[in-house]
Write a protein that binds this ligand. Structure first.
Ligand code: NAD
Length: 341
């Protein structure tokens, strides 16, 4: 029996999650719900995805000639779980509807942590959300940090973590966001909310983050500094990271030293939308001395949370054990392991 899933909010994250659900052998996409009768709605229908809307937008969709399958309430009614991928803050407003219809839901990182019973990162706390009805997949930056920290925690005793986040200003399709010619301290004060978000999953971690926004749309970059017990050498650290799921290394010899070249590589290997759900670290950035580990990695904001949403469904319903779910998600989505190039 396949679990019936719907996606409320069909934008950057929602459309990728919908595609991923259609690739899972144990899931069925009931449909997606969208507010605006725009190009994304038209393409969803062209791809054979059932589109559900609010009663109040019926006229707009009719005018645009976009075929709809029914109302959002009908979609949710027909689902066993809803993935909410609406813009920041809207998910919390939608929660009352899910609760009143007795439907479990997964929220995204733009919502405050208290929207859900637990925040989720597949590598870090898969088992914690079993049996929960409301779960939040942490943001793109937090998902990236948690993957790397939990991979290191599996092999080393982590004492403290410091991260400088260099964040992309906008997603490629967002035409109204900036800055377009500035480096923005966002936020100015420390710690940035990212440290707080990491602690929704790793509650006792000593972590501090600083964040900046730069005029690029491709990926975020994090400069990570971790203090551990002992003095692991860089080969050990690279090996730990490349042995982990959802983390890929790029070699010095590949000559990749930028987000642009990572994206170009994924275009070359034919990934849909050049998505990079793996964290990509630069092997040559790994440095270790006196128990301090330094490394730099990139996070593709548009796709990194997609595998986590899929695993969260299985974890909540107790459908599969952690390793089995992660392995199934990774193989169906074609995620790579080890060294990218
Ligand atoms: P988006 O703006 O690209 O997409 C949101 C979609 O929801 C749009 O299609 C919009 O029309 C639709 N929508 C708006 N109000 C709605 C409503 N009331 N009912 C149904 N649909 C509605 O947003 P996004 O970037 O995909 O972000 C969604 C969530 O994912 C946010 O919580 C965000 O913080 C989080 N997130 C975003 C990124 C990213 O880089 N874009 C990364 C990780 C997590």
């Amino acid at each position: 029996m396949k679990i019936k899933v719907s996606v409320n909010g069909y934008g950057t994250i929602g459309k990728r999650i919908a595609d991923a659900i259609m690739k899972q052998p144990d899931m069925e996409l009931v449909g997606v719900s969208k507010l605006n009768a725009d190009y994304e709605a038209a393409i969803a229908v062209r791809k054979g995805i059932k589109l559900y809307i609010d009663e109040s937008s019926k006229e707009n969709f009719k005018k645009a000639g976009i075929e709809v399958a029914g109302t959002k309430v009908e979609m949710i009614n027909d689902s066993q779980i809803v993935i909410d991928a609406t813009p920041d803050g809207i998910g919390a407003k939608n929660k009352a509807l899910y609760v009143s219809m007795k439907k479990p839901a997964i929220f995204q990182g733009g919502e405050d942590a208290d929207v859900a019973e637990a925040s989720f990162s597949a590598l870090c706390n898969y088992d914690e959300v079993k049996g929960k009805n409301y779960v939040r997949v942490v943001s793109c930056n937090t998902t990236g940090m948690l993957r790397v920290i939990c991979a290191l925690k599996n092999s080393f005793k982590v004492r403290k973590v410091r991260v400088v986040l260099i964040r992309r200003a906008a997603d490629p399709r967002e035409v109204k966001k900036g800055p377009i010619n500035s480096i923005l301290l966002n936020p100015v004060e420390l710690p940035s909310h990212h440290a707080v978000d990491v602690k929704t999953v790793l509650k006792d971690l000593d972590i501090l983050t600083m964040a900046y926004v730069v005029p690029t749309t491709l990926m975020h970059v994090h400069a990570l500094m971790v203090q551990v017990d002992g003095n692991p050498n860089r080969e050990e650290i690279i090996n730990v990271l490349e042995s982990s799921r959802r983390i890929l290394g790029v070699s010095k010899e590949s000559k990749i030293a930028s987000t642009a070249e990572i994206v170009e590589t994924f275009r070359d290997i034919g990934r849909i939308r050049y998505d990079v759900p793996e964290v990509v670290f630069f092997e040559d950035s790994v440095h270790s001395s006196n128990g301090e580990i330094f490394l730099t990695y990139a996070v593709h904001q548009e796709s990194i949370v997609v595998p986590e949403n899929i695993d969260a469904i299985r974890a909540m319903f107790g459908l599969k054990e952690k390793e089995e779910s992660i392995s199934l998600t990774d193989s169906t989505l074609g995620l790579l392991r080890g060294r990218l190039v």
